[in-house]
Design a binder for this molecule. Structure first.
Ligand code: IPE
Ligand code: IPE
Ligand code: MG
Length: 243
């Protein structure tokens, strides 16, 4: 099936968020160490970014490392951080040439120094690009993000009666991004795992059994087609939507 051909170019989501899951299981299926799955997952990132750019998605947020992932074995955590640094260095020229703006959400203070500095350099270098924003969620969790937002609101002495939903949105890490219209999770798990809890309030959720290293352009287009067949009601009735 050629999913790309079926996409309605007038109804492409502005923001797609992805929980890239299943690297470890994919590697085990090949009789390899979990980290081999993470290495292979980079190809899926490249393919997804290419497909998203191709159809005009403006923001692509990838959940790369959660707050809870710090509890994994040290060896795996170190290998993931190492992979992150090397991938940024290797891909930066191409990202920049393709008009990709690299951005990040999460607790950057937690990242090892070399990770943080390479990431910052890449974000600075691509800051003026506007083809698509690639937003990496690193050491990110929604509860951490919301807790930080509450702290900032209190520190700014904002009066309770002046606090609206917009106040909260504007104090989240995603303040400059629209909410994702679509959230994709690979590997068959059907949960949010502390990802963008506030921002996903009205997102369409798409779950696929495909393990992340096997995800590719065609799988991305398939998810977009599925999204385009949904009716987004935002609490209204079907009749109101059609009218
Ligand atoms: C997703 O794959 C990558 C990260 C969470 C960093 P996993 O490593 O969670 O793979 P599974 O879920 O164990 O197969
Ligand atoms: C979610 O995957 C986090 C990322 C993809 C970075 P996990 O594999 O950590 O989530 P759980 O543990 O299955 O919920
Ligand atoms: Mg997992």
């Amino acid at each position: 099936m050629d999913w790309q051909e079926k996409i309605d170019r007038n109804n492409v989501p502005k923001h797609v968020a992805v929980i890239m899951d299943g690297n470890g299981r994919w590697a085990r299926q090949q009789g390899e160490e979990r980290i081999f799955g993470h290495f292979s997952g980079v190809d899926a990132v490249r393919a997804t970014l290419k497909a998203a750019r191709n159809i005009g998605v403006k923001f692509l947020t990838l959940y790369a490392f959660s707050t809870e992932n710090w509890n994994r074995p040290l060896e795996e955590v170190q290998a993931l951080m190492d992979l992150l640094v090397k991938t940024i260095i290797r891909e930066l020229d191409e990202l920049d040439d393709n008009g990709v703006r690299l951005q990040a959400i999460g607790d950057m203070q937690m990242l090892p120094e070399d990770c943080r500095s390479e990431l910052q350099a890449a974000m600075d270098r691509t800051a003026k690009n506007d083809e698509i924003s690639l937003i990496l969620a690193l050491s990110y969790s929604a509860r951490w993000e919301m807790t930080e937002a509450v702290k900032k609101i209190v520190q700014e002495d904002i009066k309770a009666e002046n606090i609206t939903a917009d106040t909260v949105s504007n104090h989240l890490q995603t303040a400059n991004f629209p909410d994702p219209e679509l959230m994709i999770r690979t590997s068959g798990e059907q949960r949010i795992s502390n990802f963008l809890l506030w921002q996903l309030a009205y997102s369409e959720l798409y779950f696929t059994d495909v393990l992340w290293p096997d995800f590719n352009e065609s799988e991305f287009y398939k998810a977009i087609c599925d999204y385009q067949n949904r009716e987004r009601r935002f609490g209204k009735t079907s009749d109101q939507i059609i009218a």
